[in-house]
Design a protein around this ligand. Structure first.
Ligand code: NAP
Length: 289
């Protein structure tokens, strides 16, 4: 009987993880199936207990379960504990271990596909939700000099900034962390200093109320910056189209998705993830959607 891995989330209609994960498993000719396990919040406990079966190697976890899954697991890795979210579960002899590979995926894609080294740079994050938390953590660990967080709900930006200040103090790092109100997105003078602008909001995402919109207008985008949009559908996003017109460098969200998945693949299989094959498969699937 083949062993199984799956993605736990709701909804999963637009998830491309099953396609590029299966491509990686097939590359090594492993007798493992990667499945989509759509799970509503009330069924999460039962779904997680099924992972303990020896046939299951583990799972990815996505919206809306990344935080609520923590108390259901036996062990939480340090990074997942600091971020407060799990996106990967590994079943090790009936013990479920939780990991977070989002921060790693973000920074690997930044370095490998964006050709950008964060150390000493000034960065701004738009948004303060789950993705922004992983990105903020990754950028502080990557030793940015300044990290500014701009969010529609200022209290969430402040809470995230406080959490990140706590982390950087405990880790002996020296990033300056600042929270600013959303009105700044309309103020081009706010953005001139940034080497890196990361969109962690849902603005511009296909099938969302803000489809077709950009969080920033053309004037706010400095020509020397790298603009990194975590959204991967559509590609390029409205923000990245504007960034191109402004003369900035751009990076979409697909490499991050694939690099976080590659790190999960390595945790389940202990084999080096075939990144190019995974990325190619992800691109093929997205083109058809
Ligand atoms: P989330 O927790 O729901 O956070 C959404 C963020 O967007 C919040 O900061 C929210 O602001 C902001 N927002 C939503 N609508 C807005 C609007 N109309 N105006 C201004 N701000 C608005 O979502 P998430 O999990 O962090 O995900 C964020 C994005 O990242 C999604 O598009 C997701 O697909 C993408 N993502 C990509 C990857 C990848 O691997 N490429 C991984 C994770 C996430 P408030 O706080 O004011 O509500």
């Amino acid at each position: 009987m083949p062993r199984v891995i799956g993605i736990i989330g709701y909804p999963l209609k637009h998830s491309i993880s099953p396609y590029f994960q299966q491509a990686a498993l097939d590359y090594y000719q492993l007798d493992i199936r990667y499945q989509a396990w759509e799970t509503v919040p009330g069924e999460l406990g039962e779904m997680v207990s099924r992972l303990r079966h020896p046939q299951n190697l583990g799972a990815n976890v996505t919206v809306p379960h990344k935080e609520s899954v923590l108390p259901l697991l036996d062990e939480i890795d340090d990074v997942a504990g600091l971020i407060g979210a799990v996106n990967t579960i590994v079943n090790r002899d009936d013990r479920l271990a939780g990991f977070n590979t989002d921060a790693h995926g973000f920074v690997e894609a930044l370095r490998e596909r964006g050709d950008f080294e964060p150390e000493g740079k000034q960065a701004v994050i738009l948004g303060a939700g789950g993705a922004a938390r992983a990105v903020g953590f990754a950028l502080i660990r990557g030793r940015v000099k300044l990290l500014t967080i701009i969010n529609r709900t200022l209290e969430r930006a402040e809470a995230l900034a406080n959490g990140l200040r706590g982390y950087q103090a405990s880790a002996g790092l020296a990033t300056q962390v600042v929270a600013l109100p959303w009105e700044n997105v309309k103020m081009p003078q706010t953005f001139g200093r940034f080497h890196l602008i990361v969109n962690c909001t849902t603005i511009g995402m296909r099938h969302s109320p803000e489809e077709g919109k950009s969080p920033l207008n053309l004037e706010a985008i400095p020509s020397g910056a790298l603009v990194y949009d975590l959204i991967y559908n559509p590609s390029p996003t409205p923000l990245l189209q504007l960034a191109q017109r402004a003369g900035a460098n751009i990076l979409g969200g697909l490499p991050m998705l694939v690099y976080q998945g590659a790190a999960s693949f390595e945790l389940w299989t202990q084999r080096k993830a075939p990144i190019d094959i995974m990325l190619q498969r992800a691109e093929e699937v997205l083109e058809r959607w």
